[in-house]
Design a protein around this ligand. Structure first.
Ligand SMILES: N[C@@H](CCC(=O)N[C@@H](CS)C(=O)NCC(=O)O)C(=O)O
Length: 308
């Protein structure tokens, strides 16, 4: 199998989710570190427009969004499934809530002045970040809660989590991890990376122990790879053969489409539709830097429109 190449940056919480999954499953990976702000020429050449981070490149196939990346990686490496049969619905639903509702509270909390903890190297980086994210926010349909609401949401979540772990179980749903553990982990990792809210964890013994266990998974780094090498790997590989099917009324496989997140970072990827069902959307793209590639998206949280 082609190498797993993660396009990511160190401060990115959703990247930390995937880094921890890779570590937990003992999977070797290559680390393509992108800038925290645009431009990201190699990554965008591969995705065709989708700009959220991380993305996982495997040869000439590119997997967007950590929900889909988790499903892709679940079949690899060692250890139990991320989607345990008896708790799949609960784990997926919790992960989706954490990745959206808790995420926006986490953004409010992480950027509190007392919790910033060196996020920006200097004022120029802070300015560049603010400008970049103003672009990123165009067309977004999300609500970032004010501080009091974000704190209340987080406090309630931690109280429920501490109680859930209170019987001594190592993971949220029992003896084995699920995708929910990794979703919750990356959000707590993000909120607490600044250090200004350390007492929120220190006062909760079960969560602190769980956090130590999860944090260890994120310590297994990938071997660095430069963008040029990743692009050459894409050019030299053949994209996977995909089952040509579409459940979209009036949009059969072969149609030029735009695929984009429905909530934020709504910059679309344009390509030829190969596949769309309740699980995933796949488009085929051609670019001089990448050759032919398949770009995969989860269906949940993404929309498809005919391209012009
Ligand atoms: N639902 C997406 C969310 C990804 C996301 O929001 N990533 C953040 C970084 S952690 C992002 O892309 N921010 C804007 C940027 O880096 O350009 C996923 O699970 O991958």
């Amino acid at each position: 199998m082609a190498e797993l190449i993660l396009h990511h940056y160190p401060e990115s919480p959703f990247s930390e989710k995937v880094r921890a999954i890779l570590g937990a499953k003992g999977l070797p990976w290559r680390s393509l570190q992108v800038s925290m702000v645009m431009p990201r020429p190699a990554t965008i050449a591969l995705t065709g427009g989708y700009r959220r981070i991380p993305v996982l490149q495997v040869g000439a196939d590119v997997y967007c969004d950590t929900a889909l990346i988790a499903e892709y990686l679940d079949h690899m490496g060692s250890g139990p499934s991320l989607f345990p049969a008896g708790n799949r619905l609960a784990a997926q639903t919790l992960a989706r809530w954490v990745d959206t509702e808790l995420f926006w509270a986490a953004v409010t909390l992480r950027f509190l002045p007392e919790n910033m903890g060196g996020f920006f190297a200097d004022p120029a980086s802070a300015q560049a970040f603010a400008e970049d994210r103003a672009n990123f926010a165009q067309g977004a349909q999300v609500r970032r809660p004010p501080v009091d609401e974000a704190k209340a949401r987080y406090a309630r979540f931690l109280a429920e989590m501490e109680a859930q772990l209170g019987d001594g179980r190592p993971y949220l749903f029992g003896a084995e991890w699920s995708v929910a553990d990794f979703a919750v982990y990356h959000m707590l990792w993000f909120i607490h990376a600044g250090g200004g809210m350390a007492d929120w964890l220190a006062s909760r013994a079960h969560i602190s122990a769980w956090m130590d266990r999860m944090r260890a998974f994120g310590q297994h780094g990938g071997e660095d790879i430069e963008a040029d090498e990743a692009l050459a790997i894409a050019r030299e590989a053949d994209p996977l053969a995909i089952d040509l099917t579409s459940d979209l009324p009036g949009i059969p496989p072969g149609t030029t489409v735009d695929v984009a997140p429905v909530d934020y970072g709504v910059m679309p990827s344009r390509g030829t539709l190969l596949h769309c069902d309740t699980d995933s959307i796949v488009i085929r793209r051609e670019h001089a830097l990448t050759g032919a590639v398949n770009v995969h998206f989860p269906r949940h949280g993404f929309g498809v429109k005919r391209g012009d």
